[in-house]
Design a protein around this ligand. Structure first.
Ligand SMILES: [Zn+2]
Length: 128
């Protein structure tokens, strides 16, 4: 008797859930109208198309901010490097990092980077 009762209750609750969803759907349609449901569906479809496009643009914008295209200071090979990371030149293998919008050599601590200047023999003789 008791078992039969619970089965009946189970049947009733599952039917109730179905009815509840139908009532909620009817309430939504009644509240915003069928046109509202259709336009909502169209907005959803439009969002499905727009979101990937915006996502792609956003990703490109993010990449442009993160990437720097410059020349290697050692071999003048032009390539793209990621900011805030250390990387090697794909051409000469020099360790590089991004400084502003150009690449700079990674020099070990205590290394002094000097630029050699060509001095003609004539000017040295002039000083003496
Ligand atoms: Zn290089």
């Amino acid at each position: 008797m008791n078992e039969r009762y619970s089965k009946l209750l189970q049947y009733n609750t599952s039917g109730l859930g179905c009815w509840l969803s139908l009532i909620i759907f009817a309430l939504i349609v009644g509240k915003i109208g069928l046109g509202g449901v259709v336009s909502g569906f169209l907005i959803l479809v439009a969002l499905l198309f727009i979101v990937p496009v915006i996502g792609f643009w956003g990703f490109q914008w993010w990449l442009k901010r993160k990437l720097t295209q410059a020349e290697c200071p050692v071999c003048n090979y032009e390539f793209t490097g990621l900011k805030n990371t250390e990387f090697n030149c794909p051409n000469c293998g020099e360790s590089l990092q991004v400084e502003g919008d150009r690449f700079a050599r990674m020099t070990p601590l205590g290394t002094i980077d000097v630029d050699a200047i060509e001095v003609s023999v004539q000017s040295i003789e002039d000083v003496n």
